[in-house]
Each structure stands twice: as structure tokens, then as C-alpha cells.
Design a protein around this ligand. Structure first.
Ligand SMILES: [Zn+2]
Length: 287
């Protein structure tokens, strides 16, 4: 049984659920959630309407061992299981019910990349997701993940976001920065507070909006054979058309097809796995 904290107002409103440590080695979500839970539990904060729930640790055993997962990646297998065959399938089966019981799900993650700038994955944007993403103090919003996987025979989108979408719920996944940076905890905490303030579930104003860039994922590059990235790419690095992005040991190269952003580069990716993605800046609608 996952530990869940729920704080309910007598007034009707959204049910917002915050998730931490879907990956066990990502402590900033659980830390920020614990800070928020303490405020609600002590009465320092009270929801003005609706319900706010927190599951600080969605993968308890992996969290205890400070590893990403026990048997498999929980954020790729979120669905109901009649007969769970792995530890994560048990968790997924339980998480589906929590997601289905909420209206808005905010899934807090962090990354191994030390220079990681926080960003939002908005996989299934709707009006509410757009509003909540716009209210965050974060510069980058990445869209288009499900479309990347739509054509894949081997990888199905069974993330928290996909599960939420399937049940008609709104979900944002927030990458809060490096796993162990103090700033990642702050980012996660601000995301919790800005979300609740934007939904008028707490008294006060969310922080002033920042200028944001929406990046749409275009393509996934699988590392076909032994090789290396052309340089030490960071997530959201800008690259130009014609630039060599990677060298294979057999002398062939991967060339950038158009001006793009490099997304989620994995320097040490094993052969036949995801190496990096490319995305482009989405045209912003005026006003
Ligand atoms: Zn994660």
C-alpha cells in the first residue's frame, strides 16, 4: 500500500494529486512533498476548496535502495494488472486507482544531468494543463512525447501522463533539475504551491509568469551501433541544420536535419537504445 496524504476542503473543487519518486533515485519530489504535507498537517495551510493529495514515494523499495527501479521502469508500465508479475506492476496497479480518483496529477521527477534546467513535460495538453504549465516559474515546456512513441512497435506510452489522459484527467510531469541539487527541491515545492494557487485552492497569488518556450519533440534517435555523441550535449542545447550530432565508429555520422533542440541526450547509451531526441520551437500564439 502506497502512503497517501489527503487534505479536503468542505467546498467543491478539483482533486489535485502530487506524485513523488515514481523513480526511486529522485529525492527532490518526496522532499518537497514532505514540506507541503507538513504545512497542511500542521494547519499552516488549508485548502480553500477541493482536495489535495500527496503520494510522496510511488516506488518505496527503489526509494529505500536509492535506485531508479527494482524490476522495471514504473513510468513505462502504468496500467491495471490482474496478476502483477513484478514489483513495479503491483505499484502501477495501485497507482492507476489513485490517478483515476483525482482530476489533476502533477508528477515530480529529477534527472542525473548536473546542469539540468528544470522543464515540464506536457504530453497531453488541454486548457487546464496549459494554464498550470503557464503558471510555473519554468522556461521550457516539452510536448510531443506520445507522438514520438505512436509509431513505435516496441515502446508503448504507459506513463503516468498517458494513464491520466486515458481516464480523462489532466497531468503534467515536471523534471525539477538534478537529483541532488537543493534547487530541485525548491523547484518542486514551487510547482506544488503555484499549482494550488493557480487553482485558487490556496490564498494568494502564484509567482509572476516567466517567458516560456514550448518545444515539440520531432524525432527519436536510436544508437544503432557503437559510436559517440559529437560533443557533451546538454538537454535543450540548440543545434543547427547540417551539424554533425554523433559519430559512429565505422565512420558514418548522424547529421542534424534542421535547426533543433537536443532533448534528453544519453552520453553512455547502450547500442540499440534511445540516444537523444530532437525538437523544434513551437510557434507561439499571440496573446
Ligand atoms: Zn524520473
Amino acid at each position: 500500500m502506497l502512503k497517501k496524504y489527503t487534505f479536503k476542503s468542505d467546498n467543491p473543487g478539483y482533486h489535485v494529486l502530487f506524485l513523488g519518486a515514481v523513480h526511486g533515485n529522485e529525492p527532490s519530489g518526496p522532499k518537497a512533498i514532505s514540506m507541503a504535507v507538513q504545512k497542511f498537517a500542521s494547519g499552516a495551510l488549508t485548502p480553500l476548496k477541493g482536495t489535495v493529495s500527496f503520494i510522496p514515494v510511488c516506488n518505496p523499495l527503489a526509494f529505500e535502495k536509492n535506485v531508479r527501479q527494482i524490476d522495471e521502469n514504473l513510468n513505462r508500465i502504468i496500467r491495471k494488472y490482474e496478476h502483477p508479475a513484478t514489483y513495479e506492476q503491483q505499484l502501477a496497479d495501485e497507482l492507476v486507482d489513485h490517478i483515476a480518483a483525482a482530476d489533476v496529477i502533477i508528477d515530480l521527477h529529477s534527472t542525473y544531468c548536473p546542469a539540468a534546467e528544470p522543464f515540464i513535460f506536457s504530453d497531453y495538453p488541454d486548457a487546464l494543463a496549459d494554464k498550470l504549465a503557464a503558471a510555473q516559474n519554468l522556461k521550457y515546456i516539452v510536448e510531443g512525447w506520445p507522438q514520438i512513441y505512436a509509431g513505435s512497435q516496441t515502446i508503448q506510452d504507459l506513463s503516468t501522463g498517458a494513464c491520466a489522459h486515458q481516464y480523462g484527467k489532466t497531468c503534467l510531469t515536471v523534471e525539477c533539475g538534478h537529483h541532488f541539487a537543493e534547487s530541485s527541491i525548491q523547484t518542486a515545492y514551487y510547482v506544488i504551491m503555484n499549482t494550488l494557487l493557480t487553482l485558487n485552492m490556496l490564498e494568494g497569488q502564484p509567482s509572476a509568469p516567466v517567458s516560456q518556450r514550448h518545444i515539440v519533440m520531432d524525432s527519436m534517435f536510436i544508437k544503432d551501433k557503437d559510436g559517440r555523441l559529437a560533443r557533451d550535449f546538454k538537454h535543450l542545447d540548440e543545434v543547427k541544420a547540417g551539424e554533425i550530432l554523433a559519430f559512429y565508429d565505422d565512420g558514418t555520422t548522424v547529421v542534424c536535419p534542421s535547426d533543433s533542440y537536443v532533448l534528453l541526450p544519453k552520453k553512455e547509451a547502450p547500442v540499440k537504445s534511445e540516444w537523444f531526441y530532437l525538437g523544434h520551437l513551437k510557434a507561439q500564439s499571440a496573446g
